[in-house]
Design a protein. Structure first.
Length: 295
């Protein structure tokens, strides 16, 4: 029997050969599920009341350095980011010994990995890292960023810290048109070099700029400080966009809002369970339904 539709195995083999980059946060990597492929651009919309985006960016950089990617950081705000160091083997052994002993019927199950391999209280020594470069200047120009990105090797990792922060307007005025031109050129360059780019932006300073067109994955952070909304979480991560570079995979997530828990030396991302909307006037320690209207 003749079939008019034939599966293109060459395309499937191509996607299997694509390199993927991880955040270094197991619970977040499970959520992304390999969507950070070469040519991806990721945007973190910063929380106006905290610096939680720095945790995600620094852990991401630590993961890329450990996996021997060529990493370049650009910033006007952060002179030398605090990249967390790996947890030692002895510390990992001690943690395994302290874990609970499960019943025999659960021994064959492999529990999901939620513990990072990086310690937020320790700083990585970057002096001997040949694959790491930082471009810090309070007068850093967008043209300088693009010029340096074009000169990096293919399959590199780029991270821009707090683009469009107040420092970007203190020394020189960058117009909306220039912002759009830079984002377009950045996207074009990252695609051509098959690199991965992570950018954090305090978008609350530029509410008139539409960033979504230029990024494949967009996270929006909200801490809800000084409120009773989601007090059990350090921050709420809202996924505004998650499209692979070639757009051939649908978003199959059952939720777009996730809570971030930051402990002494670990970060966990978990699904936020909202209470029923018809319950009014009941005070709880869980996330309030007001969270829906806050994003």
């Amino acid at each position: 029997m003749y079939h008019s539709f034939k599966r293109n195995t060459n395309i499937s083999k191509y996607f299997q050969q694509q390199k993927t980059v991880n955040f270094g946060i197991p619970s977040l990597d499970n959520l992304i599920n390999g969507n950070i492929q070469e040519g991806s651009l990721i945007l973190i919309k910063e929380d106006k009341d905290s610096k939680l985006h720095l945790f995600i960016q620094n852990i991401f950089i630590a993961e890329c350095i450990s996996n021997e990617y060529e990493v370049s950081i650009f910033s006007r705000d952060v002179e030398f980011p605090c990249i967390p160091d790996k947890i030692t083997e002895n510390e990992l052994i001690n943690e395994k010994e302290e874990k609970m002993v499960f019943a025999w019927r659960y021994n064959h199950l492999n529990p999901p990995i939620t513990k990072m391999k990086y310690d937020l209280t320790k700083k990585m020594n970057l002096n001997d890292k040949k694959n790491f470069k930082i471009f810090y200047d309070t007068k850093l120009l967008t043209s300088t960023i693009l010029e340096n990105i074009k000169n990096v090797n293919r399959n590199s990792v780029i991270s821009i810290y707090s683009f469009l922060s107040p420092l970007w307007f203190h020394f020189d005025k960058i117009s909306d048109e220039e912002i759009y031109k830079f984002l377009f050129s950045l996207r074009k360059t990252i695609k051509e070099t098959k690199s991965v780019c992570l950018v954090s932006i305090p978008s609350f300073f530029k509410k008139n700029i539409y960033f979504n067109l230029y990024f494949d994955i967009i996270f929006n952070l909200k801490s809800f400080l000084f409120t009773n909304i989601c007090p059990n979480y350090s921050c709420i991560l809202n996924i505004e966009k998650m499209v692979p570079p070639f757009g051939l995979k649908e978003n199959d997530l059952d939720s777009l809002k996730y809570g971030i828990l930051i402990k002494r030396n670990n970060m966990v991302v978990e699904k936020v369970v909202l209470p029923p909307e018809d319950i009014v006037g009941v005070e709880t320690t869980s996330c309030s339904t007001n969270i829906t209207n806050q994003f």
